[in-house]
Design a binder for this molecule. Sequence first.
Ligand code: PLP
Ligand code: ZN
Length: 393
Amino acid sequence: MQSFSVVCTACGDVQNVGAVYRCRRCGGILEIAFDYERIFAAVTFDEMAARKVPGIWKYRELLPADPEAEPVTLGEGGTPLLEAGNLKKLGKLPNVLLKNETVNPTLSFKDRPMSVALTAAGQLGMREVVCASTGNTGVAASAYAARAGLACTVYAPVATPREKLAVMESYGAALRMIEGTFSDAYAAAQSDALDRDAFNLTSTYLNPYMVEGDKTLAYEIAVQYGGVPDWVIVPIGAGPLLAGCFKGFREMKEAGFIDRLPRMAGVQAAGCAPIVRAFKAGKRDVDPWEDPIVTKASGIADPLSTYPGDGTRTLSIIRESGGVAIEVEEERLFHWRRQLAEAEGLLAELSSTTAVAAAEIMVERRIVSREETVVAVVTGHGLKDMTVTIPKT
Ligand SMILES: *Cc1c(COP(=O)(O)O)cnc(C)c1O
Ligand SMILES: [Zn+2]
């Protein structure tokens, strides 16, 4: 029996479960809803967390898959939460814990949403998947589509790191290079998905299944930390990872597993920061980023050109959590990319380094004290973007 439904976050309309991307009534962002009372009456959160199943599928009652569904999995999730004592000595940092998502099967957290989405694709009878990608989504989609035996087409901006394109091709995906930004690739992927009746796995709020994979990150953080850290810092493009994370914490509170929620910090590179700009201006609505994109943090460079509402949703979640949106200058990003590698042995891509750099900025601005604990989500591995060379100092 279906234990979840698809509802509109704007008007509450309940949609048919299927390959749906926007509310049929008002065009709003869709979300998966669960009957938590029923779920937690049958199994407690502690019981799920204690299961021997590796990774995200130990929480399967909280994922949008039918009970008999065979998950499409490569062993995603179950990543370490690392202490970072050496880093703390190097700058004005709080107690930073690093959630190391670089050790997922395709080296980024995107494997979590892809495992859930490809499992859904099978159940919905989809034969093909498409996505727009700045790199990691395309890599994860290619691998999980291969695992599921589905054809995969990736729309990527020409600025996508070559390593990522080579990896997608290795998994057998068809590449479509787009002369433009991620937002241009987004439009091409969505029209292709609708034309060919393919499942769209673009990492925005288009596909409601994917946020459900993202939320497993929160479960692991709470279980590994043994409670709720003061802050969780998440690099954001449109922001579904941040939204998923906060949803995961809310569910654990609902389950009685935790008694409060963390504050969420969303981080963007200063060279493409539409959500931060709206946050700083005190605006409710996020506007598209119309300036040139001047950052090498390609994994999170999303100008939100035709879907600024996705940014508005992320911003409202940040505010709801009592959080902040932080932008980081290029120089500081490169600095912390290097420090993370040299001091902790962790090679992250530039987009991921934003989380650690933001921790320093938050101390400088007295948003966090050095006694507080922050979890910085290190979203993707540096090996997939070696075109970003580390400048000599
Ligand atoms: C996709 C991605 C993010 C965040 O993306 P959202 O689409 O906002 O969830 C952060 N870091 C890396 C490396 C990514 O690939
Ligand atoms: Zn609606």
